[in-house]
Ligand binder design. Structure first.
Ligand SMILES: O=c1[nH]c(=O)c2ncn([C@@H]3O[C@H](COP(=O)(O)OP(=O)(O)OP(=O)(O)O)[C@@H](O)[C@H]3O)c2[nH]1
Ligand SMILES: [Mg+2]
Length: 197
């Protein structure tokens, strides 16, 4: 197989995927790497599965080749599961990582440590011409900090402490993140599919 398209415009996700796909010897391209510009795909679903399917199927139909899409986010128990599927747009349609995490920190400022639990969720959808879309889910449990710490990663990584870690997801290295992340766990479940491409 020459290359696999990941139906995303998120550069942070693509960095994760490059680390994850490298050992498999597979070249991946995002929607930003293609020779023609791709219109934004509206995420009208209310679940990670629905949105991942919308993205994967739209691009699979367009190019008639296998496509993976990632729909992901952070679920915070004290916020009844928010931001959830709205993680990218939590503070507005301009999808700004910093204002998103600042909104969460403000909403969480009076929540005690014991109630600051949450998880990252990643659902991968695999769309293939003429076949039913396949879904795989990975989750990474942790707690929400009181301030943003660390420069690595993206999104909510600077406020997320994976269970058992004294460092945020943005303080650990990309390799360390990709051993424990929701994205890695979901990808592990499709490794055999990817290898047979
Ligand atoms: O700290 C984080 N570490 C992660 O590992 C992570 N994975 C997802 N997220 C958050 O969830 C949104 C996804 O929303 P999303 O799946 O709709 O993606 P997106 O709109 O950014 O890009 P696309 O793939 O749709 O083109 C992202 O923007 C982030 O805010 C993460 N935050
Ligand atoms: Mg999106």
């Amino acid at each position: 197989m020459e290359e696999l398209i990941i139906a995303t415009k998120n550069k942070g996700k693509m960095k994760d995927f490059r680390v994850l796909f490298e050992p498999l010897g597979i070249k991946i391209s995002s929607l930003l790497d293609l020779s023609e510009p791709i219109d934004d795909i509206e995420e009208t679903g209310t679940t990670f599965e629905e949105n991942a399917a919308i993205k994967a199927e739209a691009i699979c139909e367009k190019f008639n080749i296998p496509v993976i899409a990632d729909d992901s986010g952070i679920e915070i128990d004290a916020l009844n599961g928010a931001p959830g599927v709205y993680s990218a747009r939590y503070a507005g349609e301009d999808k700004d990582d910093k204002t998103n995490l600042e909104k969460v920190l403000t909403e969480m400022q009076d929540v005690p440590q014991a109630e600051r639990t949450g998880r990252f969720v990643c659902v991968l959808a695999i769309a293939q011409p003429g076949q039913q879309t396949i879904f795989k889910r990975g989750e990474c449990e942790g707690t929400i900090g009181y301030q943003a710490i660390g420069k690595n990663g993206f999104g909510y990584d600077p406020i997320f402490y994976p269970t058992g870690s004294a460092k945020t997801m943005a303080e650990i290295t990309p390799d360390e993140k990709n051993q424990i992340s929701h994205r890695k766990k979901a990808l592990d479940k499709i490794e055999n599919w990817v290898k047979q491409l």
